[in-house]
Design a protein around this ligand. Structure first.
Ligand code: AR6
Length: 231
């Protein structure tokens, strides 16, 4: 299974899982796997039903803006399936941009098991949260709260009680959390994206003018939050 991709020129270069590990442990690339790394899911594109074409444009646009401001840090877009439509859209669009190789990657895997199962060290992970910052609900939110255990709920409450669409909150993860000890995750950044699902709060009723603004703001808040963990 190919699960990691980086982009160069107009062709995307694929690395196999084993090769990925080899790259990460070889001397000349040692700094690569130690570099601050943010793993993030595609915000709003599953339960919140945001259009994938529009979301992929925004991801590539905001990544391009931030990737060079972050020094040696890396950004990794993650999804669970090799058939992920959002990953393939973003891969194609990123390959056409001037985005530095090794600084923006896509990765197939569970965001709660990136190191233990994928060999990819990510010290910060993002969550596609709900406005109450509560566990459950399904998707990546349920996965992260389940994997992190009660320590994340407690630490989250210390930072914020709720979130507005487009905003992010950085939560330092206590070392008692299995996500910290097993995966090396030191911070979780909760992000609330725009919602196009009528059965969820704050539905934008297909207003993509507002929706795109809010999704852009969400990724900007996320990358600013990540930058604040580096300094
Ligand atoms: N690892 C990596 N990516 C994942 C995982 C995982 N374990 N699980 C899902 N994804 P979603 P949203 C991908 O629905 O659309 C929640 O109930 C998924 O394939 O989690 O922003 C919250 O409580 C998709 O690409 O988030 C909110 O109420 C991406 O993560 C609501 O859903 C986001 O899908 C938020 O909806």
């Amino acid at each position: 299974h190919d699960n990691i991709s980086s982009f160069s020129g107009n062709a995307s270069k694929e690395l196999k899982e084993g090769e990925n590990l080899a790259v990460c442990s070889s001397g000349s690339h040692a700094s690569l796997n130690n570099a601050p790394t943010l793993a993030f899911p595609s915000i709003s594109t599953s339960d919140f039903q945001f259009n994938l074409e529009k979301a992929s444009d925004i991801i590539v646009e905001v990544v391009e803006e931030y990737v060079n401001k972050l020094g040696s840090a890396r950004l990794v877009l993650v999804d669970v399936s090799h058939k992920s439509k959002i990953l393939s859209l973003v891969k194609t669009k990123a390959a056409q941009k001037n985005i530095e190789l090794n600084k923006f990657l896509t990765f197939v895997g569970d965001i709660t098991k990136l190191y233990s199962e994928g060999g990819l060290r990510c010290n910060v992970i993002a969550n596609a949260a709900n406005w109450r910052l509560k566990p459950g609900g399904g998707g990546v939110n349920a996965a992260i709260f389940n994997a992190a255990g009660p320590a994340l709920e407690v630490a989250t409450k210390e930072q914020a009680q709720s979130l507005h669409p487009g905003k992010a909150v950085v939560v330092p993860l206590p070392s008692t959390s299995p996500l910290f000890s097993r995966e090396g995750v030191t911070h979780v950044i909760h992000v609330l994206g725009p919602n196009m699902n009528q059965h969820r709060p704050n539905c934008l009723n297909n207003d993509y003018i507002k929706g795109c603004q809010i999704l852009r703001e969400a990724y900007t808040s996320l990358f600013e939050g990540f930058a604040s963990t580096i300094k």
